[in-house]
Design a protein around this ligand. Sequence first.
Ligand code: GRF
Length: 224
Amino acid sequence: MALPLAVIVSGSGSNLQSIIDKIEQGVLDVDIRLVLSNNPEAYGLERARTHGIDVWTKSHKEFPTREGFDEAMIEAIHRHGADTVALAGFMRLLTPVFLSTFQGRVLNIHPALLPSFPGTHGQRDAARYGVKISGCSVHFVDEIMDHGPVIIQAAVPAAPGESADDLAARILVQEHRIFPQALQWFAQGRLKVEGRHVHLAGYGDYDAQTVDGALINPPLEKGF
Ligand code: GRF
């Protein structure tokens, strides 16, 4: 059975789109049961509707507590039969109520090479710092922001003085590759977490791979 997934977005939803595309191409064995957003204006909701996916949206401002908002999301996710959650540009910290409900089943994409540049402006902070390499990371979510065990990373070269937008655009291309791939490994039950280390079944050694100038580890499989 395809992995029953909920996707939470706050904005454009291009990562959501990359997941939808890989499902439609037949390489990602996931069934998106629901797309949620704390921002009723999020374009990601429109993308979901276009593909016939149910949506749930409420502003977090309607809830007196963070837990109240998270409980409303939990109820909607359960009602739609999803047991795994992908954070695709969701700009809020989840509470322990949410994380204990979906223990070990929440994945996030972050637009920097963690543990560098956590937080909401990963690309801008990397560009300002003047790093030569930034990138993106998919990780399991724990209670600390952008902190849980890393599943896959893509390293992207940064040019001196380049704008945060230019760097972000090049990182985004790789986000669209590594997030669907990480979800497919999870759907296949191939990820095993030991402390901070995520082991991928089926690889003896991780042979990193270069794609369009980005270094990706573990390497992407056919179709991603
Ligand atoms: C992405 O860069 C993601 O890594 C970050 O927010 C951005 C969301 O982009 N967390 P989109 O909504 O998927 O287009």
